[in-house]
Design a protein around this ligand. Structure first.
Ligand code: FPP
Length: 264
C-alpha cells in the first residue's frame, strides 16, 4: 500500500516515511484523527504575502495529509476548515475561503474517488451559499458508496453549535413521542451529532503553537490525546504527521480507569 504515496517527493523520502510508520504497532494506531490546521495567516505574513496565500498553501499540506491517511489505512480524518466564529474575519478572506473550498472540491473529487474516500461535511448550513452547499452535497453523494478513508471537513462548524443542534433534534423527537427522554444516552446522543456512526476522536493535532481546542469536536474528543506543534500548517509535513502518530502510540490511555499494572 506504500507504493500509492505519490507526489511526496523522492523515493528516499517515501522510504523514510514508510520506515517511520512501520514503528507504529497496529493496535496503537489512532482510528480517528482530528486536525486544527492553524497558522496559514502567520505563515503568509512571515513571507510578506497576503493571508489568503497562506490558505492556498495550506491546501497543499492538506492534500498530502489526506494522501498519507489513505495510504496508511486511517479510518477517519476530520479537519477544521472554517469555524462558526470565522465569519468575523474580513469579508474578502471569508469569500476567498468559500471559493477555495469550491475549487478544491472540483479539482480533487476524482482523486478522492480513485482512493475510495468517503466525504462528509460537518457543520451548519445557514450562511453558506446555495451554490457551495449544492457542490458539497453532490460531492458527498458521489463518494457515499466508498469504503476507504472517511474524510470529514468541518466547515461552518462549532462544537457547541453541533451539540445544541443534536439536543434540539432529540427534543423534537421526544416531543413527537418517538423517544422517551430517559432513552437518551451517550450512544443516542452521539448518533444525533454530525459525526453519527463514526468512532470518537483518538488524536487531535493542532499546528502553529496555540494550545486550545477552539470549539472543535467537543463531544467527540472527550478522551482524545492532544498533540501540538509550533509549525505553521503550510509547513507541516507528512514526516511530522507520522511523528505525531508515533508519539500517540506511546501515550498511556486509561479512559478514566487504571492501567493493568496499577490494578492491585
Ligand atoms: C487557520 O489559519 C486556517 C483556516 C481558518 C482555514 C483553513 C483552510 C484550509 C487549509 C483550506 C482547506 C480547504 C479545504 C477544501 C478543506 P489562520 O488563518 O487562523 O492562521 P493564523 O492563526 O496564523 O492567522
Amino acid at each position: 500500500m506504500w507504493k500509492k504515496i505519490l507526489g511526496l517527493g523522492t523515493p528516499k523520502r517515501e522510504k523514510d516515511l514508510v520506515a517511520l510508520y512501520d514503528r507504529v504497532p497496529q493496535e496503537k494506531r489512532p482510528r480517528h484523527i482530528a486536525v486544527i490546521m492553524d497558522g496559514n495567516g502567520r505563515w503568509a505574513e512571515g513571507k510578506g504575502l497576503i493571508r489568503t496565500a497562506g490558505h492556498r498553501a495550506g491546501v497543499g499540506t492538506l492534500l498530502d495529509i489526506v494522501q498519507v491517511c489513505v495510504d496508511f489505512g486511517i479510518e477517519v480524518l476530520t479537519v477544521y476548515a472554517f469555524s462558526t466564529e470565522n465569519w468575523k474575519r474580513p469579508r474578502p478572506e471569508v469569500d476567498f475561503l468559500m471559493s477555495l473550498f469550491s475549487e478544491v472540491l472540483e479539482k480533487e473529487i476524482q482523486r478522492m474517488e480513485r482512493d475510495h474516500v468517503r466525504l462528509r461535511f460537518l457543520g451548519r448550513e445557514d450562511g453558506m451559499s446555495e451554490k457551495l452547499l449544492g457542490e458539497m452535497r453532490a460531492a458527498e453523494a458521489r463518494l457515499a458508496g466508498n469504503d476507504g478513508l472517511q474524510f470529514n471537513i468541518a466547515a461552518n462548524y462549532g462544537g457547541q453549535d453541533e451539540i445544541l443542534r443534536a439536543a434540539r433534534t432529540l427534543a423534537v423527537r421526544a416531543q413527537a413521542g418517538e423517544i422517551a427522554p430517559e432513552d437518551i444516552d451517550e450512544a443516542m446522543f452521539a448518533g444525533a451529532l454530525d459525526t453519527a456512526g463514526q468512532p470518537p476522536v483518538d488524536l487531535v493535532i493542532r499546528t502553529s503553537g496555540d494550545l486550545r481546542l477552539s470549539n472543535f469536536l467537543l463531544w467527540q474528543s472527550a478522551y482524545a490525546e492532544f498533540w501540538f506543534t509550533e509549525t505553521n500548517w503550510p509547513d507541516f509535513t507528512p514526516e511530522e504527521f507520522v511523528g505525531a502518530l508515533i508519539d500517540f502510540a506511546h501515550r498511556r490511555r486509561r479512559f478514566g480507569g487504571l492501567n493493568p499494572s496499577e490494578e492491585k
